[in-house]
Design a protein around this ligand. Structure first.
Ligand SMILES: Cc1cc2nc3c(=O)[nH]c(=O)nc-3n(C[C@H](O)[C@H](O)[C@H](O)COP(=O)(O)OP(=O)(O)OC[C@H]3O[C@@H](n4cnc5c(N)ncnc54)[C@H](O)[C@@H]3O)c2cc1C
Length: 553
């Protein structure tokens, strides 16, 4: 597939490859769904371009292995975050290679709440309400555990399995959560406030299910689907207000691929706005300062960055061995062997086994996601005092959670026209004081859970900041250091009806540019109330329906 035209310049060979109808940039959670759906018609020629490699490392298919490869440039794209006063320096690493972030994430699966999506429809985004999105979840899900919510899908591509962790401490944790307004539910992804077994994008055979595994691997031999990697898209080629293809760097040589139908950018929450900006779509002042010709003035590109705020607290654990010891010393080797022989054991699932959803004060639907495990990492203070492995054998118990609907907004902007330089991320974690109040409320919920009678006998000393830190100001200072970005970024190419404040319309088309769409986490106008991989795959499923409908029109 693809007609090749070679241009020789004084500097390097430049190729033009023709013969594709649709080009998808980025093989992450969204890009893989799109590649599957949009290539279902054998007459439609699809090209999927991905910056990274094939992600075939055994530490990727073993969900618990991601800790071992965390941050390695082969599997992660890293983005420096502008420093915030009173906080640690941060670097955000999202996935790279086939599967994108779904190939290296924590595999925790949730859907978000109906109100999240109905809120989008209420903003005028026709076709994005819960009824439509619930259907898309059903289409992609393959969940067959007993007690599944009737709304779940059981025949889709994405295998999802619940935690199987069993221990008296699990039962005690369930009771503690119930004491705080979260009764036990047999399916934690069902809407509303409750606690349940965490669910993971891990197959019934014990292997991570990335979006690539689910959607592309089984169909990669389609003759009308070409996958090119590693190749980084430098910019979208736009002529007379219409996207006509993409200009790529493939190990130092430049190739232009043309698209007869359209280009779809699915490069992730930082990659997509950066690519639009390098293509001349963005804030005119920024682009001109970097010497980039303005194709379409759009101040919304890179704005509205939202991320879940993550917070955790660990306690010493008494009268229970905990699971820390499973990840150090001879037990780690035993568990690795067990995993490779039977695809089971502590390394087959990485997440905290129990998930609770609860609405904070004044909220009508859950905006705190809380998890717990008889496991603890060393605290940031301990790590600063003596760097080394974050895991020791010392038993601990952790509550960890997200504030799911923060009001602070950050931004992403390129700092040079060079495609090799990562864009600058400004997170601004507590720029809205509402988020500071919610962080304190979440932290106090952790302490109430720890104090629940069901956990008496298990819980020892609070490790950080320590039970003696109680007044608002002192707690606030510590929590401000401890709170992290959830790596669930959304909103930087936001979908909306007003071209002045959004980047794409309700059919994911970039305002003002023909034949160009964005489909990935960057288009979510507001955050969803749960981890983002599942929702982003469902959003891509919904986008594929709209794109196919447009194609047939
Ligand atoms: C460490 C980590 C842990 C997480 N844990 C969880 C979890 O447990 N559960 C959950 O639901 N969510 C989790 N998430 C979030 C979730 O995985 C992401 O929100 C989701 O996968 C993002 O999907 P996406 O399609 O928007 O982008 P990605 O999946 O990030 O895909 C973007 C792809 O585009 C490629 N790309 C970018 N620019 C270019 C370019 N110019 N040319 C070519 N290719 C390009 C990238 O290499 C990447 O493969 C986690 C995220 C991280 C980083």
């Amino acid at each position: 597939m693809g007609t090749k035209v070679l241009f020789l310049t004084l500097h390097a060979a430049r190729e033009i490859m023709e013969g594709f109808d649709t080009i998808i940039v980025g093989a992450g959670s969204a890009g893989c769904v799109l590649a599957n759906r949009l290539s279902a018609d054998p007459a439609h020629r699809v090209l999927l371009i991905e910056d990274g490699g094939d992600n075939q490392h055994p530490f990727i298919s073993m969900a618990g292995g991601f800790v071992k490869i965390m941050g390695r440039p082969q599997y992660f794209r890293s983005f420096p975050v502008a420093e915030e006063a009173g906080r640690r320096k941060e670097m955000h690493s999202y996935g790279r290679g086939l599967g994108g972030s779904s190939a290296i994430n924590g595999t925790w699966y949730l859907r978000g709440e109906p109100e999240d999506y109905d809120g989008w429809a209420a903003q005028g985004l026709v076709g994005w309400g819960w009824d439509d999105i619930a259907r898309c979840f059903r289409t992609i899900e393959n969940y067959r555990a007993p007690g599944a919510d009737p709304a779940r899908g059981s025949d889709g591509e994405v295998q999802i399995t619940p935690s199987t962790y069993a221990s008296p401490i699990f039962d005690a944790l369930v009771e503690a959560f119930a004491s705080q307004g979260m009764p036990f539910a047999s399916d934690v992804t069902a809407p509303g406030c409750h606690v349940g077994r965490s669910q993971y994008t891990v197959s019934r055979g014990g292997q991570r299910v990335s979006a690539y595994d689910a959607f592309v691997k089984p169909i990669r031999n389609r003759k009308n689907l070409a996958i090119i990697h590693p190749a980084i898209v430098k910019r979208v080629a736009i002529r007379h207000g219409r996207a006509i293809g993409v200009v790529c760097d493939r190990e130092g040589s430049e190739t232009t691929f043309t698209a007869a139908c359209e280009v779809i950018v699915a490069a992730g929450v930082y990659g997509s706005p950066a690519l639009l900006q390098r293509s001349g779509i963005g804030d005119g002042g920024l682009l001109q300062a970097l010497g980039i010709a303005v194709v379409r003035e759009s101040g919304a590109v890179g704005r509205n960055l939202c991320d879940h705020h993550k917070l955790g607290v660990s306690f010493d654990l008494a009268n229970h061995p905990g699971t820390n010891r499973e990840f150090v010393g001879w037990r780690l080797y035993r568990n690795a062997l067990r995993y490779f022989l039977t695809r089971s054991g502590p390394l087959a699932r990485v997440g905290l086994p129990i998930t609770g959803m609860i609405a904070s004060s004044g909220q009508a639907w859950p905006d705190f996601q809380v998890a717990a495990a008889p496991f603890a990492m060393r605290t940031i203070n301990e790590m600063a005092a003596s760097p080394g492995s974050p895991i020791t054998a010392k038993p601990g118990l952790t509550f960890s959670g997200y504030h799911l609907r923060p009001r602070s907004r950050g931004s992403v902007a390129i700092t040079t026209a060079d495609f090799r330089t990562a864009p600058r991320v400004a997170g601004q974690i507590w720029s809205d004081p509402y988020d500071r109040d919610k962080a304190l409320e979440l932290f106090r919920l952790f302490r109430r859970l720890a104090a629940a009678p069901a956990l008496a006998g298990y819980i020892g000393a609070e490790r950080m900041p320590g039970a003696d830190v109680i007044d608002d100001d002192a707690l606030c200072e510590m929590v401000h250091k401890m709170v992290e970005y959830g790596l669930h970024g959304t909103g930087t190419c936001t979908m909306g009806v007003d071209p002045a404040t959004s980047v794409v319309d309700a059919r994911c088309r970039v305002h003002g540019i023909a034949a160009l769409r964005v489909v990935d986490g960057s288009i979510l106008p507001t955050p969803v109330s749960g981890n983002t991989n599942g929702p982003i795959m469902a959003v891509a499923q919904r986008a594929s329906e709209l794109i196919l409908a447009d194609r047939h029109r």
